[in-house]
Design a protein around this ligand. Sequence first.
Ligand SMILES: CC(C)(COP(=O)(O)OP(=O)(O)OC[C@H]1O[C@@H](n2cnc3c(N)ncnc32)[C@H](O)[C@@H]1OP(=O)(O)O)[C@@H](O)C(=O)NCCC(=O)NCCS
Length: 262
Amino acid sequence: MAPEASKFSTKRLTKNTLPDFERLFEKHPAPGAFSCWCTYHHRARPSVNEELLSGVRRAARNRQRRRELVENESSHGILVYSKGEPVGWCQYGPREELPRFDNYRSYRRPARESGSKRLWRITCFTVDRKHRQRGVASAALKAALQAIRDGGGGIVEAYPIIRWGAYREYLGTVSMFQKEGFKVVAPFGKSNIVMRRSVKCGSPGPPTTRVVGKANSGNSGNSSSSSIGMSMRRGDHPSRGDGRGSLLTARQVYSAVKGKRP
Ligand SMILES: CC(C)(COP(=O)(O)OP(=O)(O)OC[C@H]1O[C@@H](n2cnc3c(N)ncnc32)[C@H](O)[C@@H]1OP(=O)(O)O)[C@@H](O)C(=O)NCCC(=O)NCCS
């Protein structure tokens, strides 16, 4: 992770931090990239007439929906701050709270293998453009795992991209999850894979705010798994930062899937 990571602090999304979440999302107003307000995965299926709404109206509706989710305490997420300013976000939650994946055709196989432990999902990252590639998303992920630990733990599932340019970067990158001990479970469409790790309940950590520093870097513990055996170093990004290119070949994904699972 980049050295700047030590400058970030994190807070969980609550009624108190909702204004910070809104400030972050207002930076790219509708019909910009963040008009979904991270509500997409909260709906099991598309809303009726969703496609008929203009980008602006859809954003207004989603913003209201987000407020309701926070009000009802049925939404989980981490905000990352730099010098007091919200610069990043990661959404996570139990499977029931984020049901959209259950209705994807490409999720059928991982669904069969999900077992009986409580399943958590990490579904969205959003990082202010001016703060990207400095470890913001990685800091958010670390804090989300701590929150899941505090929330009882279980199996944590992620869906990172294996190639840039399919507009699914919001699901995070493979290396971020590898560093936290996630292993590949299955391919997930053409652009993503399913990764999982287990998180045990209850290791210590302050409940709402933590500063993410160098001392926290690397695997944050409580993982039942190590890395998946494919390395993806900086030099492996064939077109780093230009929004295109493969991060992993299909062969690498499939050979990793044949290996050990959590
Ligand atoms: C994908 C995204 C979340 C990454 O956030 P970030 O804070 O820049 O990520 P980090 O700095 O923690 O880096 C994580 C890993 O991804 C890699 N990475 C990040 N951006 C990259 C890029 N543009 N090209 C290649 N690699 C990249 C980093 O190098 C790092 O890998 P490493 O540890 O092996 O070096 C961020 O680019 C983003 O928010 N994209 C837009 C998502 C979006 O549209 N969200 C709104 C949905 S409504």
